[in-house]
Design a protein around this ligand. Structure first.
Ligand SMILES: Cc1ncc(COP(=O)(O)O)c(C=O)c1O
Length: 995
């Protein structure tokens, strides 16, 4: 069929002079019809299409037309006909939606998935009552009759057949239930190519249309839901989060029964099985037709991923998301347990036993968050109770001790990926060999040895039936092997009968001896109950594995962890804080611990910190914790007394500076150093005029704000004081003179010359020029060569002092240079330091020449109570030693270069990256709009998406469009690769968002 002919038919019948572009489709021919007034879709039905089927297509769209607005409507011909028949083919035209296919959206936020669920519910409601004789067709895509694939399984590659067979078996178990459900007309093919998505004004995505009613049939509506669900789960990081968001949104608008919800997972997998089987068959028939295998690879990936999930848990999660109880017996069993007395597991009363707090910041949490030390763990346990006396570990407790590979999910080896962290049992610590007794009459449900490190070791589950006929289960982990091996499944155990003993390290998975005692309301998991679960699913798990305290004759909640609640903390903070104390991220983080480049939230979720430059040598460095604690035990006083720590630190810091900088003043912060710098400059020069750099930032005090163009010309700023003179930021990417201009440095410096000349012409003098050596707040700018040297020289010649704010650039961050001014071959008269020099402890330093310091010594005492305290100097010195001994400057160079190179490669295929710049671990990525203008929305999106992946980066710059990476200097190659893996994916998403 020639496009020319079709265009002629369109002209004849619709009076449209149009260009046609073919679209994909399985059977019918579809064309996009473009005319001046808009776009339409022309559909040419397959040759075997009956009039009855054609009419059904028309009838359904007319049926829906006044009910919902997200389906196409029919464009009648000039003769007011819904369709025409030409050469035995039916032709008809429908409206086209703006937007792109959901399949093509790289960003698929959960909010969009919820909208898809809501709209599908609305569609299903609108479809009710629609009848057509053509509905009772038999088609291969009928999920209520999908067993046919069992006969076609040979079309699949042999190594893949078993996976599909398993899905078919699970599907067969649903047959009877499916048959009993009411039927209605359903769309039956709401796959990711039949959903259209449009960006709204806020940069968010909305569902604009559902298309293609060609597979319409009569079937239970749950089939419609499962089909859509199958495609929503393709190639997303957390398919279950997508599934439950979608199903719960649907349920909120068109309620589902428990029976229906329990079918969804199996039906969705069956749809994928139908899809891959169909693709395999069609490929044999039409090897060159790409459409037949359009979703095949993604479907296989999901089929593989699905093997990791327990289908009963998935159903539980969906039921929970829709507000159903997961276990009807839970309440009655709970009441029964509270009323009953049970035989003690160890013939001991546990009510007075010490309770550990192993939670993230609990008093008994390990000191090394990344690699917990089992010897320390044992010492904590030994110190809690007398030998032979029990101590308890809590239920629902988030613990960072679960650092082994087995607790991580997701493809990469990195700590910051998803991790099971919440202990869902009670631990009872007692010596190895202590006999263990059954709390209630039981039969052995399972007895096994799980012998990998950090697993259960000897493991027993018991099945119990209450005197009221309800069943429950108990699990005992970390047992000695001999007794476990002697148990037989089904063996009867009396209440109080010894059936096992606590195992030692070598038999219990390498833990300090204890029993992990878990209560299960279902026997779902056989022997393999998860004892530690993801915090994201904790609510669901708690309904399956409730608090076992009553079985230990303890009050419910007696040994349950209580942790900080993020929302409570948010409310508390709002109550006391000023409104301009801001929080980062759309969903603020409650961070509780750190170690090296990792931070941990209240649930033990790990974040990779690639943003915070204060923890220069890494979060919670043990050497700093040690020297700080020791100094606090000894003495912490001020500079009015002699202490060797002051000179040790001062000498070590000065040794890192140019020789003419020989005098130090200790203060508490960089803001205070800036403040002091201005006092000194004015004293030295007898002037007040100060030159500052555009977009510069030097602190939060009154004078520091008056020197910070970023602030005084930013939101809420009051503009420049008459003594403050601003020069342009020497930005070789966005500024007036570009990186490829060899004279850019000199040209930018001319702005300083002009100000000095102007002042001189007015007979005024200059006090200082202050700048960040590399404007960091201004967007990680490296000035063109020669710039800083020139402006510092000009300043000196004019009688002012040249001040280098090295807060963000100093201390080895740049890799090749210890200070930023070195890269510029520039010599400052004064250096201001803060933030990283104390690694989190507040220290500020002003370093200058003896001459300037002497001029300042005018008789008035200089004193800062805490500046140069014994503690500060001890910490500052240790930071310098760590940088040296751990070779962190070298690390900044190696890892920084690796990241910069990779980002520069990404820039080649991501037009929204305008510039990648940096040195060492001082890195900026400038995000731009298609017209090259700064694009804050893209930078914000990336930073927020990275936070979703638990990687912290920042945004900065005068237009807030620069991604800012300035990780602690201990950032490893593995950390860098994890960051790069995710940022690349997000850059690709951004290319797809047309903001
Ligand atoms: C370049 C620069 N100078 C000075 C300061 C002020 O430091 P502080 O807030 O520690 O006083 C900062 C803080 O962000 C800074 O980035």
């Amino acid at each position: 069929m020639q496009v020319k002919n079709i265009e002629k038919w369109v002209l004849e019948n619709w009076h449209m002079e149009a260009t046609l572009t073919p679209l994909v489709g399985e059977f019918d021919l579809n064309f996009r019809v473009k005319i001046a007034s808009g776009d339409y879709i022309l559909k040419i039905m397959a040759a075997d299409c009956t009039a009855e089927f054609m009419q059904m297509q028309i009838d359904i769209l007319n049926h829906l037309r006044n009910k919902i607005d997200f389906i196409p409507h029919i464009i009648p011909t000039q003769n007011a006909q819904d369709y025409v028949k030409i050469d035995d083919r039916f032709l008809w035209m429908i409206s086209a939606f703006d937007g792109k296919l959901y399949a093509d959206c790289l960003a698929k936020p959960l909010s969009l998935v919820a909208q898809i669920g809501t709209k599908l519910a609305q569609l299903d409601i609108a479809m009710q009552g629609f009848h057509s004789p053509a509905l009772s067709r038999s088609i291969k895509w009928d999920l209520s009759n999908a067993s046919w694939i069992a006969e076609s399984i040979q079309s699949l590659e042999p190594n893949k057949q078993a996976r599909v067979t398993n899905i078919i078996e699970a599907y067969h178990q649903t047959n009877q239930i499916l048959e009993s459900l009411p039927k209605q007309a359903i769309h039956n093919d709401l796959n990711d190519y039949n959903i259209l998505v449009l960006n709204n004004k806020n940069g968010q995505q909305d569902v604009s249309g559902y298309i293609d009613f060609g597979d319409l049939i009569t079937a239970p509506k749950i089939c419609n839901i499962a089909i859509c669900a199958a495609y929503l789960m393709l190639d997303v990081d957390n398919p279950l989060a997508y599934l439950s968001q979608f199903v719960s949104a649907y349920h909120a608008h068109n309620p589902l029964s428990e029976t229906e919800i329990k079918l969804i997972w199996r039906l969705a997998l069956m749809r994928l099985a139908v899809s891959v089987t169909n693709s395999a068959m069609m490929k044999l028939e039409k090897p060159d037709d790409a459409y037949v295998s359009i979703s095949e690879n993604a479907a296989w990936r999901m089929i593989d991923e699905a093997q990791k999930y327990d289908d009963q848990f998935v159903s539980a999660k969906l039921l929970h998301a829709c507000g159903f109880k997961i276990n009807d017996n839970a309440e009655r069993l709970g009441q029964w347990m509270v009323k009953n007395k049970f035989h003690p597991l160890f013939d001991m009363d546990l009510s007075e036993a010490p309770i550990f707090d192993f939670s993230v910041i609990g008093k008994d949490a390990p000191s090394n968050a990344k690699k917990p030390d089992m010897v320390e763990f044992q010492q904590i346990i030994d110190s809690a109770a007398k030998h032979g006396q029990p101590s308890l570990g809590c239920y629902a407790e988030p613990r960072i001790i679960y650092a082994g590979e087995a607790f991580f999910s997701g493809a990469t080896q990195h700590q910051a990926r998803d991790r099971r962290s919440v202990h869902i049992a009670i631990d009872i610590f007692l010596p190895a060999g202590t006999p263990l007794k059954a709390p209630y009459p039981a039969t052995v449900h399972s007895a096994s040895i799980q012998d990998t490190a950090f697993d259960y070791g000897g493991l027993v589950t018991l099945k119990h039936i209450t005197d009221t006929g309800q069943t429950f289960y108990t699990l005992y982990g970390h047992l000695a092997w001999a007794e476990v091996k002697a148990l037989k499944v089904g063996q009867v155990i009396k209440a109080g009968e010894t059936f096992a003993k606590l195992g030692d390290y070598d038999e219990n998975g390498t833990w300090p001896p204890h029993v992990h005692f878990q209560l299960g309301l279902t026997g779902w998991h056989g022997a393999d109950w998860p004892g530690v679960v993801s915090p994201d699913d904790l609510d669901v798990w708690k309904t399956i594995y409730p608090d076992p305290a009553p079985l230990l004759n303890l009050a419910p909640g007696h040994a349950t962890s209580s942790i900080r609640d993020r929302n409570v903390e948010l409310t508390r903070r709002k109550a006391w804080s000023g409104a301009n104390l801001s929080l980062t991220y759309d969903q603020p983080l409650l961070l509780q611990r750190g170690y090296q480049c990792q931070m941990y939230d209240e649930w033990g979720r790990t974040y990779l910190d690639a943003f915070n430059n204060v923890p220069h040598v890494g979060h919670a460095h043990p050497r700093l914790a040690k020297v700080a604690a020791r100094q606090m035990q000894m003495l912490n006083t001020n500079t009015r007394y002699l202490h060797q720590a002051q000179s040790d630190y001062a000498e070590a810091m000065l040794a890192k500076m140019p020789a003419h900088i020989d005098t130090l003043f200790f203060v508490n912060s960089a803001s205070e150093a800036t403040e002091l710098a201005m006092r000194m400059a004015r004293e030295y020069s007898g002037a007040k005029n100060t030159i500052v750099c555009e977009a510069g930032y030097h602190g939060n005090t009154l004078t520091a704000i008056e020197l910070s163009e970023y602030k005084f010309n930013g939101k809420g700023g009051k503009g420049a004081q008459d003594w403050v003179h601003v020069v342009p930021i020497p930005d070789g990417y966005r500024g007036e003179f570009k990186n490829d201009d060899p004279d850019a440095g000199a040209k930018y410096a001319k702005y300083t010359r002009a100000i000095i000349d102007e002042l001189a012409a007015k007979g005024e003098k200059l006090a200082a020029f202050i700048t960040e050596s590399f404007p960091s707040v201004g967007g990680q700018i490296i000035p063109p060569q020669g710039y800083l040297k020139a402006v510092f020289e000009m300043t000196r010649q004019a009688g002012g002092i040249a001040i280098a704010d090295e807060v963000q650039t100093g201390l080895g961050r740049l890799g090749d240079y210890f200070w930023g001014f070195e890269q510029q071959d520039a010599v400052p008269d004064m250096i201001l330091l803060g933030k990283p020099i104390g690694n989190g402890h507040p220290i500020g330093i002003l370093a200058t020449t003896r001459q300037i310091a002497d001029r300042f010594a005018n008789g008035m005492e200089f004193f800062s109570t805490f500046g140069g305290s014994t503690l500060s100097c001890t910490i500052g010195l240790e930071v310098l030693k760590i940088i040296e001994e751990e070779k962190l400057q070298d690390n900044a160079k190696t890892i920084g270069t690796h990241i910069l190179n990779a980002l520069q490669k990404m820039q080649n295929h991501c037009p929204s990256i305008g510039d990648v710049r940096g040195l060492g671990l001082f890195i900026g990525v400038e995000m731009i709009a298609p017209d090259g203008s700064p694009c804050q929305a893209r930078a914000d999106y990336i930073a927020n998406q990275m936070a979703q992946k638990r990687i912290l980066i920042g945004t900065d710059g005068p237009h807030h469009n620069i991604l800012k990476l300035r990780a602690p200097l201990v950032f490893s190659q593995q950390d860098a690769d994890f960051l790069l893996l995710h940022i690349e994916k997000i850059f690709k998403q951004v290319e797809n968002l047309n903001w």
